[in-house]
Design a protein around this ligand. Structure first.
Ligand SMILES: *Cc1c(COP(=O)(O)O)cnc(C)c1O
Length: 409
C-alpha cells in the first residue's frame, strides 16, 4: 500500500530526495608522491633490489598479523599463484562462487583445472557450505571462497569440509579488506589469502595483488614467492633458475609498492567508514516490505566494497526510480552467473581446444545454482564510498524507503 503522505516519486515528477551532490575526496596525495620519489631515487624499480615492495609487505604483514606474504601484479595473479601453491593441476576441480569477477576463475583455467560452482546463501551472497559439500568429488583439489563485497564466507564450515576431504582453501579477498570472521581477519583463515590493489578496490596501486601464506612455514613462503617470479628462487644474493615447473611472471614493481605503503595507512579508516555506513544503510532499510538488506554473515563484519540489496518487484524500475531520486544504483552486479558466460556454455577456454573441460563431466546448466541466479535477477547495487558524508547515507536510506513505499509495499 502506498503511503498517501509520501511525495510522488521523482521518476513521476515528484521532488528528488538527493538535492546536494555526494561528498568526494582524493585517494592519493603527497604521501604517495613521497614514496614514489624515494622509489625512483633508489635507481632501481625491481622489487628484489629495492625496498618499497618489501616495506609494503612488511606493513601488510603487521596489519594482518601474518608472517609471510608475496606481492603480485594483480589480484588475478595472486589467485593463480595461490592455486599453484595448492598444487592445482591438469584435470583437478576447484570449487568456487558463480557471482564473482573473472579474476577468480582465470587461474583455475590457466592451470587446466575445471571450475565447479557452488550455490550461495540468498542474503549474504557467499558460498553455502551445504552446496560446497555437495560439489566435492575425488578430483576436488581446492575450495576458492569469495568474500563478496567484503562479506565473509562461513569459514568454520568451509574449513571443516576442506579438512575432512583433505583439500586446500584459498580465500579471494579482492573485495574484503579488514573484514572479520569470528574475530579473525579474512585472508588469514584458509591456506592462502588473495588480495587485489586494482584501481577499483578499497586501496589502489593502479594494479597489484598480495598472497598471504598462512601456514607460516618458510618453505611454503619460498614456493609462493617463486611462483610469482617465473619460479626463479630469488633469495638473498643468489638466484636459482633451474625451474622445476611452469610459473608466470607476476611481479610487482617498486612504483606499485611505493603507492601501496601510503595506501595501507589509509586502509583501516577506509574499511571502518564503509563498515559503519553499510551497516547503517541496513538498519535504515530493515523492515520494509519486499526489501532484503545486504545481510552480514553470522559472526562476521563487512567492509562493503558495495552495498547490494534485493527487492521483490521489478528491480529495473526500482533502480530507475532510485537514480531519479539522485541515488546512483545499478540493477544487479555481473550480467549473469559466471557459468552462463559463453566460455562455459561453449566449454572452450582455448582456441581449437576443449581442454580442460573434456577431462571432466562437470556441467554448467542453468539452474545449477538457483539462489545465485535469483540474487542476480533481484539485486540492486549502490556504491559505498569512504568519502560520503553521513548526510549522504541518510539520503540513500530515505530514497530506498521512499521508492519501496511506492513500488514494493
Ligand atoms: C577484482 C577482483 C579480482 C581480480 O583482481 P584484479 O586485480 O583485477 O586482477 C578477483 N576476484 C574478485 C572477487 C575481484 O573483485
Amino acid at each position: 500500500m502506498t503511503k498517501t503522505t509520501d511525495p510522488a516519486l521523482a521518476l513521476h515528477g515528484g521532488p528528488k530526495v538527493k538535492t546536494e551532490p555526494f561528498s568526494t575526496g582524493k585517494r592519493f596525495g603527497l604521501e604517495e608522491a613521497k614514496h614514489l620519489l624515494e622509489a625512483l631515487e633508489q635507481n632501481t624499480l625491481f622489487y628484489h633490489s629495492g625496498e618499497k615492495v618489501k616495506t609494503f609487505l612488511e606493513e601488510f604483514n603487521r596489519l594482518y598479523g601474518v608472517q609471510y606474504s608475496v606481492a603480485t601484479s594483480s589480484g588475478t595473479a595472486a589467485i593463480h599463484v595461490a592455486l599453484l601453491a595448492c598444487g592445482v593441476s591438469v584435470g583437478d576441480e576447484v570449487i568456487t562462487s558463480p557471482i564473482t569477477d573473472m579474476g577468480t576463475i582465470v587461474g583455475i583455467l590457466y592451470q587446466n583445472a575445471v571450475p565447479v560452482f557452488a550455490d550461495l546463501d540468498p542474503y549474504t551472497y557467499t558460498m553455502d557450505p551445504k552446496s560446497v559439500r555437495e560439489r566435492i568429488t575425488p578430483r576436488t583439489k581446492a575450495i576458492l571462497s569469495v568474500h563478496l563485497a567484503g562479506n565473509p564466507c562461513s569459514m568454520d564450515e568451509i574449513m571443516a569440509i576442506a579438512r575432512e576431504h583433505n583439500v586446500k582453501v584459498v580465500e579471494d579477498c579482492a573485495q574484503s579488506y579488514l573484514s572479520y570472521y569470528k574475530g579473525r581477519l579474512v585472508g588469514t583463515i584458509g591456506d592462502y589469502g588473495c588480495f587485489s590493489t586494482n584501481d577499483f578496490k578499497h586501496i589502489s596501486t593502479g594494479d597489484g595483488g598480495i598472497v598471504t601464506v598462512n601456514s607460516g612455514e618458510e618453505d611454503d613462503y619460498h614456493r609462493v614467492h617463486a611462483f610469482a617470479d617465473k619460479n626463479y628462487r630469488r633469495f638473498g644474493d643468489s638466484v636459482n633458475r633451474d625451474v622445476e615447473m611452469l610459473a608466470p611472471n607476476y611481479r610487482m614493481t617498486e612504483l606499485q609498492g611505493a603507492v601501496g605503503i601510503a595506501q595501507l595507512k589509509k586502509l583501516p579508516w577506509i574499511c571502518k567508514t564503509r563498515q559503519v555506513y553499510g551497516d547503517r544503510i541496513t538498519e535504515g532499510i530493515s523492515g520494509l516490505t519486499g526489501v532484503f538488506p545486504h545481510k552480514v554473515t553470522e559472526g562476521g563484519t563487512c567492509s562493503y566494497w558495495f552495498y547490494m540489496f534485493r527487492v521483490m518487484c521489478d528491480r529495473d524500475r526500482f533502480s530507475d526510480a532510485l537514480n531519479a531520486e539522485g541515488i546512483p544504483s545499478s540493477a544487479g552486479y555481473i550480467p549473469q552467473v559466471v557459468y552462463r558466460y559463453s566460455l562455459f556454455q561453449n566449454r572452450q577456454a582455448y582456441e581449437r581446444s576443449r581442454f580442460p573441460f573434456d577431462l571432466s563431466n562437470v556441467r554448467y546448466d542453468s539452474n545449477l545454482c538457483p539462489n545465485a541466479e535469483a540474487i542476480l535477477q533481484t539485486a540492486i547495487r549502490i556504491p559505498v564510498s569512504e568519502f560520503y558524508s553521513e548526510r549522504d547515507i541518510d539520503d540513500i536510506i530515505q530514497a530506498v524507503r521512499k521508492v519501496a513505499n511506492h513500488l514494493t509495499a
